[in-house]
Design a protein around this ligand. Structure first.
Ligand SMILES: Cc1cc2nc3c(=O)[nH]c(=O)nc-3n(C[C@H](O)[C@H](O)[C@H](O)COP(=O)(O)O)c2cc1C
Ligand code: SF4
Length: 486
């Protein structure tokens, strides 16, 4: 992962551990309404893909155990990882693109409700993404994948050559010359792996996205409702289709790109279709980027305006993230795909302990606070969730007290210690296992390996019946923590 050149080391701190009375009187442990739902507390586990599903996208026993473990810490809400809305092979990503998934998802909801003793609400993040290919072997790329176009022939001075001769010539060429003869997309396909964009409107399946996606999202949300989820989160963040429509890099000319009014059009149409499918009494919100953090990306002013439009449209909550784009991703190894968390924008999404003067904690707060205050200025009470580097009670409480947000998301801190909020609420905050922001977990995610935390994955490996990672070396969920008087 990219790291700021300053490489200043930051250490997370426990901060003040409140007494039970202080916790009870706090904002963090007070209820909050999200549309028709009430969360008993303002703690929120944002979506995190842990690679626990299988190639068919089912809810597996490992998926149940993973979320059951978070639920035992009784956060206000858990958002299930990005779950694919299409019925197409998607690797071991959870899926909701067909009715056959409903039964497994039902078990997942029941697990969260049961393990949290009815305290935690279960939401699911639903996602669409475009195709991305692995970085190819150059020889294979030139032999099989590259289209030999008149432009390429001209660049090579090879108008009269056979196609086989052109391919052979490119393979034998000095690699330094490849970027000189390939166009930008061909070069990207070779040195990064080909990646579709929402602006590739010459392809019918990309041109038709505005016609196809509202129905796909609506059907997926309907399934989430049937499975008993308390709500859905539309994934409008990071490197994926809907965020690409919102992005300032979206220059489509069909009314769905260009100005911000046109860039938000499809996200609003998707929301309208979802609302139509699930009715007014079901929680629907979205996660989107407070800042894209890439050159030419949308500005905070755009994001403030987007937030206001989402709230006006009737979304029940708005959750923010930042960065996480393909645009500045590092070159992957041959045979691997680009990963959108390897560049500067990736750092902004999941900052780690080696940082710049600003540090890795709370980098999303100022931007989110501006979004929330614009929503409030518009007379709307839509709750806003802020995530990024939050790891202790003081920090969360201060965010709520200042009015930066209404709900505090903690992804890696919840992974490091799924009981952190429960311990804090019981006056046992000094027992919290603090995330060190090493991004060991994110490194596993990048390799599509089962995500665990280095602070607990080698502990108590002889526990009877313990489920371990495929290599047998790591436990897959944090060891149990029993409250002292349980
Ligand atoms: C392993 C891992 C997987 C993630 N998967 C998702 C995801 O599916 N959807 C999403 O919106 N964010 C995802 N994120 C980003 C987190 O939700 C969160 O925004 C980010 O980690 C920053 O918050 P934190 O500092 O509290 O960890 C993931 C993060 C991690 C570490
Ligand atoms: S591996 Fe654990 S300690 Fe390291 S960043 Fe991830 S959650 Fe935090």
């Amino acid at each position: 992962m990219w790291k700021p050149p300053q490489r200043i080391k930051f250490h997370s701190q426990l901060g003040r551990a409140p007494t039970v009375e202080q916790a009870q009187a706090s904002r963090l442990f007070s209820p909050v309404h999200i549309g028709p739902l009430t969360l008993p507390q303002r703690t929120w586990v944002p979506a995190m893909v842990p690679w626990r599903s299988n190639d068919e996208g089912w809810v597996t026993e490992d998926v149940l155990q993973w979320y059951g473990r978070f639920a035992r810490g009784r956060p206000g809400a858990i958002v299930i990882e990005a779950t694919g809305i299409r019925d197409v092979p998607s690797g071991p990503l959870l899926r909701i693109g067909h009715d056959r998934y409903i039964e497994g998802l039902q078990r997942l909801v029941q697990t969260i409700h049961r393990e949290s003793q009815g305290q935690t609400r279960a939401l699911i993040q639903i996602i669409d993404f475009l195709n991305i290919r692995r970085r190819p072997e150059p020889a294979k790329f030139f032999e099989r994948f590259l289209r030999i176009t008149p432009r390429l022939r001209q660049a090579l001075g090879a108008q009269d050559w056979s196609e086989a001769a052109v391919r052979e010539h490119l393979t034998q060429m000095d690699p330094q010359q490849w970027p000189e003869v390939l166009d930008a997309r061909e070069w990207e396909a070779l040195h990064m792996g080909a990646r579709e964009r929402v602006t590739d409107t010459e392809w019918p399946h990309i041109q038709e996205l505005p016609q196809v996606l509202p129905g796909l999202f609506a059907a997926a949300a309907g399934r989430a409702q049937q499975a008993g989820f308390d709500g859905v989160e539309l994934h409008y963040a990071h490197a994926y289709t809907m965020a690409s429509f919102l992005s300032a890099t979206n220059v489509r000319t069909d009314g769905y790109g260009g100005s911000r009014e046109q860039r938000i059009r499809l996200p609003l149409e998707v929301y309208a279709a979802v609302r139509q499918a699930v009715g007014p009494q079901y929680v629907v919100g979205c996660r989107y980027l407070a800042e894209e953090c890439i050159d030419g990306g949308h500005t905070l002013d755009d994001a403030v305006w987007y937030g206001e439009q989402f709230a006006r449209a009737g979304m029940d909550f708005i959750s923010t993230s930042r960065g996480g784009k393909f645009d500045d991703a590092k070159q992957p190894g041959v045979g691997s795909s680009a990963y959108p968390y390897t560049g500067r924008s990736g750092y902004e999404c999941m900052p780690q302990y080696l940082s710049d003067e600003q540090g890795p904690f709370g980098r999303n707060i100022a931007a989110t606070a501006r979004i929330r205050s614009a929503i409030r200025a518009a007379g709307l009470a839509t709750p806003v969730v802020c995530t990024g580097g939050v790891h202790n009670f003081d920090m969360a409480e201060a965010m709520l007290e200042r009015g930066d947000c209404d709900i505090v998301g903690t992804a890696r801190q919840s992974l490091a210690d799924p009981d952190w909020a429960l311990k804090t609420s019981m006056g046992l905050g000094d027992q919290v296992r603090l995330c060190e922001y090493t991004n060991y977990c994110e490194g596993l995610d990048q390799k599509h390996k089962q995500v665990t935390c280095q602070l607990w994955d080698r502990m108590e490996l002889d526990e009877p019946g313990l489920r371990k990672s495929s290599d047998g070396k790591r436990r897959l969920v944090a060891p149990a923590w029993e409250p002292p008087d349980a």
